[in-house]
Design a protein around this ligand. Sequence first.
Ligand code: UTP
Length: 278
Amino acid sequence: MIKKCLFPAAGYGTRFLPATKAMPKEMLPVVNKPLIQYGVEEALEAGLNGIAIVTGRGKRALEDHFDISYELENQIRNTDKEKYLVGIRKLLDECTFSYTRQIEMKGLGHAILSGRSLIGDEPFAVVLADDLCVNPEGDGVLEQMVKLYKQFRCSIVAIQEVDPQETSKYGVIAGEMIRDDIYRVHSMVEKPKPEDAPSNLAIIGRYILTPDIFDLIEQTEPGKGGEIQITDALMKQAKDGCVLAYKFKGQRFDCGSAEGYIDATNYCFENFYKKGQL
Ligand code: UTP
């Protein structure tokens, strides 16, 4: 079954400059917890404890975060501040972390291909940590997708309906509805203008991928923006076999934009922090 989760985290985060000049976007805190930690917690909840992170230059804070800081441990031992490290200690105990670097930032597809040696020949999940997903009503988004994978055994992308004017920010799918929340994908367009978009069903940062995707990415030429796009490789997979798009239950915040980041902060402050859950 699925055991590993890949976190492409090598991007420049230009929409959040200057904060991201010397600090990884994935380390931006939502209240008091960095984005990447929310993502790793979601993966662990879904039963994925093999955490594979694709980093790049200037991203060493990610590795330091998922490690023990002996000075800090010593400093706060037996004080009331120990509680702040309980969550991260659990992740260190229950997950294994492996890292590789993307040397040139050639796009999300290329970042996923860079993680191939960490994943091997097995199905895996992908989380883009700047999409923060919550579902207070039940299973986390990744857990919902892992359950779906057990049933369908093919690649799955998470989708949500977006304002038709916003399609140029996303990969957009067209497909045949096979359940009220599942589509079989027929086509996919990366960042289409509203007039060219095949629907308003946008792909967000959660994927389950079967390992044949790696060869397909290798055969993929640079597409939109000169980047190697995961949507182009998924399109080939959809033509030859099956790719599903799943309308997840829950809420997603685009923390790569200032507006989504502020919304996520307000949400987490009200729903988690004030209830002592952060
Ligand atoms: P984004 O386009 O949202 O991230 O890529 P970005 O490039 O860091 O941000 P902006 O647009 O400049 O503000 C989606 C995800 O893919 C990763 C990013 O780190 C992010 O998690 N990514 C993107 C890579 O790892 N490598 C790349 O070459 C491109």
